[in-house]
Design a protein around this ligand. Structure first.
Ligand SMILES: [Zn+2]
Length: 258
């Protein structure tokens, strides 16, 4: 039992390798951490994209890059009004390949401001996922701007499982990551409300560590073990999907050579 649970690979759908982590946890250390934790692939974005490009060059079979509209940490609360954000995104998109744009923080009516609208247009042009740390209102606005958008809903919006399930039912192209929340599983048991959501939508959830500070990189192994524990309380095929198969299916083929 224990050995087969620990063998469960992990697709980590919510990681960051931002500028303040590059010296603290160098590229080779990141790759060693992922390997030791059994993370077979990871969806990673960075405030300041250069570090993650180094990461991707070192291990293109492990790293799936997303383009974040933040050049530095301080852009988090202001980017959606920042005129220079779009030229920055355009410049990066012309140089590098990505699976998505995000993770970005965007709430309510701010989603309809000019900068987010132009970001969505770029995602459409380059056929990219949107990784949105957003409330329900902003997710709805993004889908209104681009009905065919594919959105990964960061932290499942920090919403209750019943609301998450409603959104997944309403939007076929919505997936949810479970990063930075613990209410769905504790002590190796899955919460009843979440169990219902996982069983209803087994192909729409992914796990994530959210390495939003450099120190969080040293938590990746522990998070993977903790994830395997609560996942083992689900039917095996559902657990496998949430642990890695969904991420692999949705993102695994997006960066194939043209
Ligand atoms: Zn994050």
């Amino acid at each position: 039992m224990v050995s087969c649970v620990s063998a469960q690979p992990i697709f980590d759908a919510h990681m960051h390798y931002s500028h303040d982590a590059w010296d603290v946890v160098p590229v080779q250390d990141v790759l060693a951490i992922l390997k030791k934790a059994g993370v077979r692939r990871a969806l990673i974005s960075s405030s300041g994209d250069d570090g993650q490009q180094r990461l991707y060059r070192a291990a293109p079979e492990v790293i799936i890059p997303e383009l974040r509209p933040y050049r530095s940490r301080s852009d988090v609360g202001t980017w959606f009004r920042g005129e220079s954000v779009i030229p920055y995104l355009q410049e990066r998109l012309s140089k590098f390949r990505y699976a998505g744009i995000g993770e970005f923080h965007l709430y309510g009516a701010d989603a309809d401001l000019p900068v987010p609208r132009r970001m969505v247009e770029l995602a459409r042009k380059f056929n990219l996922f949107l990784h949105a740390h957003s409330d329900i209102d902003a997710v709805e606005r993004l889908f209104r701007q681009w009905p065919q958008a594919r959105i990964l809903w960061a932290h499942a919006g920090f919403e209750r499982p019943e609301r998450v399930a409603e959104m997944l039912k309403k939007h076929k192209n919505l997936w949810a990551d479970l990063a930075f929340r613990t209410d769905h599983g504790s002590g190796g048991k899955v919460d009843a409300g979440w169990r219902a959501a996982f069983l209803q939508f087994p192909d729409r959830f992914m796990v994530g560590t959210d390495t939003y500070t450099p120190e969080r990189w040293h938590y990746v192994g522990e998070h993977a073990s903790w994830s395997r524990q609560w996942l083992s309380d689900l039917p095996r095929d559902v657990a496998e999907r949430i642990a890695w198969k969904n991420g692999e299916q949705v993102f695994g083929s997006l960066l194939r050579p043209e």
